[in-house]
Design a binder for this molecule. Structure first.
Ligand SMILES: Nc1ncnc2c1ncn2[C@@H]1O[C@H](COP(=O)(O)OP(=O)(O)O)[C@@H](O)[C@H]1O
Ligand SMILES: [Mg+2]
Length: 173
C-alpha cells in the first residue's frame, strides 16, 4: 500500500465544517486522525463537524488546557490538543496510548508535535490558511486503513458545495 494524498480547498468555515461532518461519517471506532496547521487554521472546525456526525451533543472546543476531552456519541470522540504539552512523557499521564488504541475515534490537534508517539497508519490532515476565509486541507494516508478512510472521505467531499478536491498532482478529481 503506497498511501494516498489529496487536497481540499474551502472558502468558508461552514464548508470546512461540512468536510468534518463527512469525515465523521467515514470514521470507524479506533480510527486515529491527526489535525495540524497554525492557530486559527480550522482544526477545531473540522473536529466540530466530526463530533456532529458522531452525535455528540455538547459544544466542542479545543481542549488546549485539558489536553484531552472525551465526548459521548454513537461512537465516543477522544479529542486531543497537544499544543501545550511540553514533553512526550506527559502523554502517559493522559493515557494517550490507551485511548488511541481503544474504541473511540481519536482526533489529535497538534499531533505532529510528537510524531514518534503516533501509530504508523494514521490519517494526517494539514490545514493551511490561504486567505481570510480560504483554507487548503492536505490529506495524507500512509497505510491500509487510513487510505481506505481517506478515499471514502475524499469521495464524500467532492459532493459538498464550496469544496474543491484535487489529487496530489494538483489536478481536479
Ligand atoms: N475556510 C475556513 N475553514 C475553517 N475555518 C475558517 C475558514 N474561514 C474562516 N475560518 C475561521 O477560522 C477559525 C478557525 O478556528 P479553529 O478551528 O479554532 O482553529 P484551530 O483549531 O486550527 O486553532 C474560526 O474562527 C473560523 O470561523
Ligand atoms: Mg483548535
Amino acid at each position: 500500500m503506497s498511501g494516498m494524498l489529496f487536497a481540499l480547498e474551502t472558502g468558508s468555515a461552514r464548508s470546512t465544517r461540512q468536510v468534518g461532518v463527512a469525515l465523521g461519517r467515514a470514521v470507524r471506532p479506533g480510527d486515529v486522525v491527526v489535525l495540524t496547521g497554525d492557530l486559527g487554521a480550522g482544526k477545531t472546525v473540522i473536529a466540530q463537524g466530526v463530533a456532529s456526525a458522531l452525535g455528540v451533543s455538547g459544544h466542542v472546543t479545543s481542549p488546549t488546557f485539558n489536553i484531552l476531552m472525551v465526548h459521548r456519541g454513537h461512537v465516543d470522540l477522544a479529542h486531543f490538543d497537544l499544543y501545550r504539552l511540553e514533553h512526550a512523557e506527559q502523554l502517559e499521564d493522559i493515557d494517550f496510548w490507551g485511548v488511541i488504541e481503544g474504541e473511540a475515534v481519536s482526533l489529535i490537534e497538534w499531533g505532529d508535535r510528537f510524531p514518534q508517539a503516533l501509530p504508523a497508519d494514521v490519517l494526517t490532515v494539514t490545514l493551511v490558511i490561504t486567505g481570510d476565509e480560504y483554507r487548503r486541507i492536505d490529506v495524507s494516508a500512509p497505510g491500509a486503513r487510513s487510505s481506505e478512510l481517506a478515499s471514502e472521505w475524499c469521495a464524500a467531499c467532492a459532493a459538498i458545495d464550496g469544496v474543491t478536491v484535487s489529487d496530489e498532482s494538483g489536478g481536479a478529481l
